[in-house]
Write a protein that binds this ligand. Structure first.
Ligand code: FAD
Ligand code: SF4
Length: 693
């Protein structure tokens, strides 16, 4: 953490939130010689401690490295109230923001995404065009180190070379590419924010597949690596553990700084000439609403009443195909093996409007996640191992992602009762699926299932709709009219001219592609604009600091219960584990690998938080394990899941079990990109796209 005493009294620019957008802006602004202070509620991450390189990565992924803040519950997080929402939201709070956990799919919006209403009569138009953003996309692509194959006729111009070659197609992806090409449909190798070879002092991807719990190598272009480290080196003052409580104005209504709380509850004021919100599509709306005051009782920058409204997520469906042959689907990267944009346009003849993108990936699940899934879905008992064998390492999946439409009733407000670890109101998300989007998902699920069958899948599993989303957009939309938008075409507030917003809040349409490339390009564009117009900046006066409650130290996570388990508790766990994992002709039962002994101790060393619920569950005698498990599931699905995590974790992290299921762990396998003409091009699998041009 930067020492607080070193901070400039008045920074040129104050950035709130050290995620993707904040990093891109900070790096550019300090390079231009401006003094920048950034306040981040979380901390720097130590890449050597990401669990991907260790035996317990899957256990960590279910708690400390979960993308769900309501599961992580770390003091750096704020909870999100999703009790009245069709979809949950996910994030990460720390330097790098959600890019610490992101999948690094890196795509640009298309020109039509910026003019959805004029082009297709739905949604809205942005006040800016793709062409205005294009130079900023190109610059951020180079800074990030994007890998991909140039020349996609469907991808936005100019289709010049990417800094790095794409990932090679894995055998499973090749089967799928053949199936898609035989229909004459679009497909293309992925564009990822992952370096496929050494680049810019960073080590290329080693295919661990643990991208969603942080990349040990720095091959994934999380923004702490690509932007925050260079920004700090160039003089940016990044303060971690600094939670902004509200943005402050001067008496003339200019943004004059922000009030923030340190981890001990100390209250600080940082003054600045420009304030930029970079707290993401939920965090920024929360902060603006929490900054209500005299003259703006409904929140700051909110004369339109639109702060928090038009929340757009990316409704998702998941389609998984099971294949007879081993595909080693645990191997990395997790992101995308290939992309299908055949249906990423508006065509009403399909019976829906929403454009949809398909991303193919090869699963990414290790044995604990796969074992847990089988335990969750099946009745306990004998079929577990047979089912596990059909799944593990043999799946290919589609993530089907639909463009959300802006709806002002989908919104972020402040929760009346939920607070974060500093006692500040948590955001409440209220989101309803759009009927057209649901039709679009179903239409695409059917066709993407057919493709997997054509590629050889003998069984298809679908989740439609499903999953929480991390693409948080639209809650402070951009526009030329202050009555219908929150910020102008440069990302600056209509109401407060020196207050900018640079995260996904300012999106007008959602597109059906992942947003972070566009978030970063927009942040760079705003930073450039501020540099160019510096001579015109108005100087704010001393901030007015209305009375507010004293800060309070952050509530720490409760200390874990004792990891010491009695003989009786272990006996009960052994009986339950054997009922869940009884053993068959290949696999030993749970007791065969001491799940309730060394296995339990191993799990607790990685997940001490499980001790409390296990002590509670194992307190009473268990006479009939199967009946006991059924009753627990009926009584509390959450407690039942914790028990399954402990059992699957203890069993599938055992060395003998890993050998039996053929899991090598997450070894380093340096990726060697194909520098010649890739085999799929030689095979002509892209020819139909060039012929159609
Ligand atoms: C699991 C997962 C997978 C994803 N995969 C992809 C993908 O493949 N492709 C893609 O394009 N996108 C993906 N995303 C989304 C992507 O990470 C986000 O779009 C991007 O990080 C958003 O950048 P941002 O700057 O808006 O906010 P964030 O990166 O979320 O950063 C916001 C920061 O602000 C801080 N903050 C918030 N409030 C305060 C406050 N009051 N005071 C101080 N600090 C505060 C937070 O702690 C956080 O660090 C994924 C995200 C997740 C979680
Ligand atoms: S697969 Fe590549 S990008 Fe993903 S965590 Fe491993 S090294 Fe990093």
């Amino acid at each position: 953490m930067t020492s607080q005493t070193n901070l400039p009294e008045i920074a040129d620019v104050l950035i709130i939130g050290a995620g993707a957008s904040g990093g891109v802006a900070a790096r550019r602004l300090v390079d231009a010689g401006l003094s920048v202070v950034a306040l981040e509620q979380g901390e720097w991450q130590d890449a050597t401690q990401y669990r991907g390189a260790y035996w317990d990565w899957e256990l960590g992924a279910l708690k400390t490295w979960s993308s769900n803040p309501n599961v992580r519950q770390s003091p750096a997080d704020y909870p999100v109230d999703v009790s009245d929402s069709d979809m949950g939201v996910i994030n990460f709070n720390g330097v790098g923001g959600a890019t610490i956990l992101f999948n690094a799919v890196w795509m640009r919006l298309t020109p039509d995404d910026f003019r959805r209403r004029s082009a297709n009569g739905v949604g809205d138009d942005w006040p800016i065009s793709y062409e205005e953003l294009q130079p900023f996309y190109e610059r951020t692509d180079r800074e990030i180190g994007v890998s991909g194959l140039a020349g996609d006729p469907v991808y936005p111009p100019p289709n010049d070379e990417f800094p790095l070659p794409p990932f090679n197609l894995r055998p499973g992806a090749l089967k799928v590419a053949r199936a898609v090409a035989s229909k004459g449909w679009h497909w293309w190798p992925p564009t990822n924010a992952i370096i496929t070879a050494n680049y810019d002092g960073r080590r290329g991807c080693v295919l661990r597949g643990a991208c969603q719990t942080g990349c040990n190598e720095g091959a994934k272009s999380s923004i702490d690596v690509t932007h925050w480290k260079p920004a700090v080196k160039a003089g940016c003052n990044l303060v971690t553990g600094a939670r902004v409580r509200r943005i402050l104005l001067d008496e003339g209504g200019l943004a004059a700084g922000a009030e923030w709380l340190d981890v001990d509850g100390g209250v600080h004021v940082q003054r600045a000439r420009i304030v930029l919100c970079a707290a993401n599509g939920v965090g920024t709306a929360r902060l603006l609403l929490a900054s209500a005051g005299e003259g703006h009782p409904d929140g700051l920058a909110n004369s339109s009443g639109l702060v928090g409204r038009h929340l757009m997520l990316h409704p998702l469906a998941k389609v998984t195909g099971f294949f007879a042959e081993p595909l080693e689907s645990w191997e990395g990267p997790f992101a995308t093996d290939l992309t299908v944009l055949e249906f990423a346009n508006v065509d009403r003849s399909r019976g829906h409007v929403a454009p949809v993108k398909w991303s193919m990936h090869h699963g990414g699940a290790g044995p604990v996640a796969e074992g847990l899934k089988v335990l969750t879905e099946q009745a306990p008992g004998g079929e577990h191992h047979a089912r596990f064998r059909t799944r593990f390492g043999r799946t290919i999946g589609w993530t089907i992602m639909a463009e959300d439409m802006p709806d002002e009733n989908n919104r972020v407000t402040l929760s009346p009762d939920l607070v974060d670890s500093s006692g500040l109101p948590a955001p409440k998300v209220r989101y309803r699926y759009n009927d057209d989007v649901l039709r679009a998902l179903t239409w695409n699920v059917e066709r993407s299932s057919d493709i997997l069958r054509d590629a050889g899948a003998f069984e298809i599993e679908t989740l439609n709709p499903g999953m929480a989303d991390a693409h948080l957009m639209g809650t402070a939309r951009m526009g030329d009219d202050p009555k219908t938008s929150v910020v102008d075409r440069w990302g600056m507030s209509h109401d407060v001219p020196n207050l900018g917003i640079i995260d996904g809040s300012i999106f007008v349409t959602a597109s059906c592609v992942n947003p972070t490339s566009t978030i970063c390009a927009l942040a760079l564009r705003t930073a450039e604009r501020l540099i160019d117009t510096r001579a015109e900046w108005r100087e704010p006066k001393v901030p007015v600091v209305p009375a507010a409650p004293a800060g309070r130290p952050r509530a720490e996570a409760p200390a874990p219960a004792s990891p010491v388990f009695s003989a009786g508790e272990r006996e009960r766990l052994a009986a339950l584990a054997d009922a869940l994992l009884p053993g068959d002709e290949v696999m030993p039962p749970a007791s065969g690998v001491d799940v309730a002994g060394a296995g339990l101790d191993r799990v607790l060393s990685a997940r001490p938080d499980l001790a409390e619920i296990l002590h509670t569950l194992l307190a009473e005698p268990v006479s009939d394990p199967l009946a006991w498990l059924g009753a627990l599931k009926d009584r509390s699905a959450a407690d039942h899941r914790q028990l399954l995590i402990a059992v699957a974790g203890a069993y599938y992290t055992d060395k003998r079990i890993k050998d039996l299921v053929g899991y090598p762990g997450q070894p380093e396998t340096p990726h060697r990109p194909d520098r010649g003409v890739p085999a799929y091009m030689e095979e002509g699998l892209l020819d139909h796209l060039f012929a159609a041009q």
